[in-house]
Write a protein that binds this ligand. Structure first.
Ligand code: NAD
Length: 416
């Protein structure tokens, strides 16, 4: 993604790494080691289009750090998914997986494309070519991709199939697959469910009754839509949602089931009759208790952060705030619950899916959801206690824990 004010996403993530490294007292050399991706691959992805022309897309896989286990991280299809953005997202995965203490390193992949412009057949061919081009780097005990922005369970089934043409039936090569080919119950909803678990804890800690809190959610894809749906199930009031085409607002609460029906028919939440239209910019500045950015990176920055009225920000998307916005909220006393904690539900249940594939065994939905609650709630409590003890923000606390674990594992393995 284009740098903002000359600062790239990767630089911004490294600000958090550096703050943690200062507190732990890590040497310059160890910092450099933790900052630098272990391996980066750029591939060209030529695709025969439906009109018989050929287009060549750029694809990436960045394996940021594998000291705590096989690399793990999603694959993003988006026009801004360049090497720099994928590198930043890969490093976030390293700190996220360490924070929630699951046995994975961090990675991310991406293809720079607009999936909305491609037919299903074109996406299938693109996914197969991308998979074949990174095939030598991935593996069930090496690097396990998953869905992210612009990709979904279908994309994972194509990846698994392309990998399987070389290696045989290996469902554990990807997570977030359809149930029919080895996916886990609860995986599709897992990121949203984790977002809601963390939101409930944070709201309670601020003395809010979660059932009275008005929630605004930007993004109505996998993460945003399931966050909205599960929040409603648990008695919360979602007053606004949006997607790339615009949003809808109803102060008394949106009918989320009807909104799902509308999106199924219209392909967007925009134009839903159960509320008034609003823009994405208006949603971010709406009068509400909880603001959940669940779409793309760096949507809240120094220009709009002063106008945000929410009492708590819950980062369901990866890297939705710039560091300047973070500072503004710290000074305004508005807690920001960070991405590496909030959206970890996806990778936690991906871990369960991978485990089920290794054991060729199936968990029940109750087992998946209970274990997700246990892990993400424990991580929330650790972050909250560290923030209180050290007098630092939730983000700084989350990085302190994650970076500390990766540094310690490197030391024990005798890296340096
Ligand atoms: P998705 O592709 O399913 O949905 C993305 C949503 O964002 C769509 O509603 C889209 O219309 C909207 N959007 C796109 N561009 C926008 C814009 N410019 N303004 C407003 N809305 C816009 O993606 P997703 O899987 O829901 O991922 C969303 C975020 O959550 C990403 O940051 C991703 O990295 C993060 N995340 C996803 C998972 C997962 O399990 N899918 C896990 C962890 C984190």
């Amino acid at each position: 993604m284009t740098p903002q004010n000359g600062v790239s996403s990767f630089d911004e993530v490294n600000l958090s790494l550096d703050k943690a490294a200062d507190k732990i007292g890590l040497s310059d050399g160890v910092r450099e080691m933790l900052r630098t991706p272990w391996r980066e691959l750029q591939v060209s992805v030529p695709v025969r289009m439906d009109d018989d022309s050929i287009r060549v897309f750029n694809g990436y896989r960045v394996q940021h750090n594998g000291v705590r286990g096989p690399y793990k991280g999603g694959v993003r299809y988006h026009p801004a998914a360049d090497q720099e953005e994928v590198r930043a997202l890969a490093s976030l995965m390293t700190w996220k997986n360490a924070l929630v203490d699951i046995p994975f390193g961090g990675a991310k992949g991406g293809v720079q494309c607009d999936p909305g412009e491609l037919s299903s057949d074109e996406l299938n061919r693109l996914t197969r070519r991308y998979t074949l081009n990174i095939e030598h780097l991935i593996g069930i005990n090496r690097d396990i991709p998953a869905p992210d922005l612009g990709t979904n369970a279908q994309t994972m089934a194509w990846m698994m199939d392309a990998y399987g043409q070389i290696h045989g039936y290996v469902p554990g090569i990807v997570t977030g697959k359809p149930l029919e080919v080895g996916g886990s119950v609860g995986r599709e909803q897992a990121t949203g469910r984790g977002v809601v678990f963390v939101t409930r804890h944070a709201a309670e800690d601020m003395g809010m009754d979660h059932s009275e809190a008005r929630i605004a959610i930007q993004g109505f894809g996998n993460v945003g839509s399931w966050t909205a749906s599960i929040a409603c199930e648990l008695g919360c009031t979602v007053t606004a949602v949006s997607d790339v085409n615009g949003g809808v607002h109803n102060e008394t609460g949106l009918d989320i089931a009807a909104l799902f029906d509308h999106k199924r028919e219209a392909g967007t939440v925009a134009g839903f009759g159960g509320g008034e239209s609003l823009t994405n910019a208006e949603l971010l500045e709406l009068d509400c208790e909880v603001l959940i950015p669940a779409a793309i990176d760096r949507v809240i920055h120094k220009d709009n952060a002063p106008n945000v009225k929410a009492k708590i920000i819950v980062e369901a998307a990866n890297h939705p705030l710039t560091p300047e916005a973070d500072d503004i909220f710290r000074d305004r006393g508005i807690p920001v619950i960070p991405d590496i904690l909030v959206n970890a539900g996806g990778v936690i249940v991906s871990y369960f899916e991978w485990t089920q594939n290794l054991y060729q065994h199936r968990w029940t939905l109750e087992e998946v959801n209970d274990e997700l609650d246990t892990i993400i709630s424990r991580a929330y409590r650790e972050v909250r206690e560290t923030a209180r003890r050290e007098g630092i923000t939730y983000r700084d606390a989350a990085f302190l824990i994650g970076v500390g674990r990766v540094a310690e594992a490197s030391r024990i393995r005798g890296f340096v």
